[in-house]
Ligand binder design. Structure first.
Ligand SMILES: Nc1ncnc2c1ncn2[C@@H]1O[C@H](COP(=O)(O)OP(=O)(O)O)[C@@H](O)[C@H]1O
Ligand SMILES: [Mg+2]
Length: 226
């Protein structure tokens, strides 16, 4: 059997605020092979975003081990974490977090430009990705000139830009109406399946959750297989 792409082993996360300790994650263990979609659901406040932040190297584990490919994320320093976030990951958040001074095309291209990909190549790929999410006609639009669903599709295209090993999506349809949620879902999954990406998806959206190859409920700091 091949090594899993992502391995999360006995991860614990405690937030300390003043003299209060909040144990959000008690003992999280799971692993997934390359190309799988992992869905994590659970009540608001149960620690879903916290878990994605730990996997994404945006916050440090209290205890435990996280590996992505050859990289031991839970032991990396800031410099390596920055490179890891830029080159290995694609992020999609509930709020798209597009840069408002830049066009849709530029927003999608930026992750590659930051990594030193030549402009022509970056814009060519960005334009292709935007066409795959049905936004060929919106390349020069600024975020405020796009609908909520369109912005989220730009965020989906951007997450694929650097050909990441792993995509982390935190309630990507959370702010959308039903119709737009289904469009974002369809396009996210057609890209993920076409490029055989591994996706860790946190969602409240039941329709979206059905797409998981592995599904978990996060409750009281522990993952329960569904
Ligand atoms: N940086 C932080 N410092 C202290 N507490 C935090 C921090 N981030 C999250 N929390 C707390 O951890 C719990 C889990 O938060 P979160 O992971 O955002 O939940 P979810 O995404 O499942 O809604 C919440 O009770 C939240 O208040
Ligand atoms: Mg959250």
């Amino acid at each position: 059997m091949s090594e899993p792409l992502l391995q999360v082993e006995k991860v614990r996360k405690v937030f300390t605020t003043g003299s209060e300790n909040l144990e959000v994650l008690k003992e999280i263990s799971f692993s997934t092979p390359s190309g799988n979609v992992v869905v994590i659901t659970g009540q608001s406040g149960c620690g879903k975003s916290t878990l994605l932040h730990l996997i994404g190297g945006l916050d440090a584990v209290t205890e435990g081990f996280i590996r992505v490919g050859e990289m031991v994320v839970s032991e990396m320093g800031e410099g390596d974490l920055t490179l890891y976030r830029r080159k290995t990951l694609g992020f999609i958040f509930q709020l798209h977090l597009l840069l408002k001074e830049f066009t849709a095309l530029e927003n999608v291209a930026i992750p590659a430009l930051i990594c030193g990909v030549p402009k022509a190549e970056a814009f060519h790929r960005a334009s292709h990705l935007l066409s795959l999410v049905g936004l060929s006609g919106r390349l020069r639009h600024f975020p405020q000139e796009l609908s909520g669903g369109e912005r989220q599709r730009v965020a989906v295209a951007r997450a694929l830009m650097n050909d990441p090993l792993l995509i982390l999506a935190d309630e990507p349809t959370g702010n959308l109406d039903e119709g737009n949620a289904r469009i974002v879902q369809e396009q996210l999954f057609s890209l993920v399946r076409e490029y055989r990406k591994t996706l860790i998806l946190v969602t409240h959206d039941r329709e979206l959750a059905k797409e998981g190859d592995q599904r978990f409920l996060l409750q009281e700091g522990v993952l329960h297989p569904l």
